[in-house]
Ligand binder design. Structure first.
Ligand SMILES: [Zn+2]
Ligand SMILES: [Zn+2]
Ligand SMILES: [Zn+2]
Length: 106
């Protein structure tokens, strides 16, 4: 399934390749590979939180935050990796740990 046409994909690819801020807020970026520019992005088998590029094999996190519902994208600098759970940290501060320790003291 191709989310956007090649021209749009190319423009977005060039824009976000040089400046990765905001990838998470761009719905088109769910279907554009930031490594090779391909639009052949498919869900990763065995991991509902990851997508994978069919052309170059690059896999990245892209999912909705369990707590606030915002999109989390592993390629966005505002979604850094959490060393504890290995998932990405949402702009609200939640990651996989938050689901585990919700309601408990850190
Ligand atoms: Zn690719
Ligand atoms: Zn969140
Ligand atoms: Zn975590």
């Amino acid at each position: 399934m191709e989310f956007c046409d090649r021209e749009t994909a190319k423009k977005l690819f060039e824009r976000y390749r040089s400046k990765r801020d905001g990838i998470r807020t761009s719905p088109e970026m769910a279907s554009i590979c930031l490594i090779c520019g391909s639009v052949h992005i498919v869900p990763k088998a065995g991991d509902a939180r990851m997508l994978v590029c069919r052309d170059c094999g690059f896999a990245f996190y892209r999912y909705q935050c369990d707590l606030c519902g915002a999109t989390v994208d592993g390629r966005d600098p505002h979604n850094p990796a959490c060393r504890e759970c290995g998932l990405r940290t949402c702009s609200c501060g939640a990651c996989g740990c938050s689901a585990k320790i919700k309601g408990e003291l850190r």
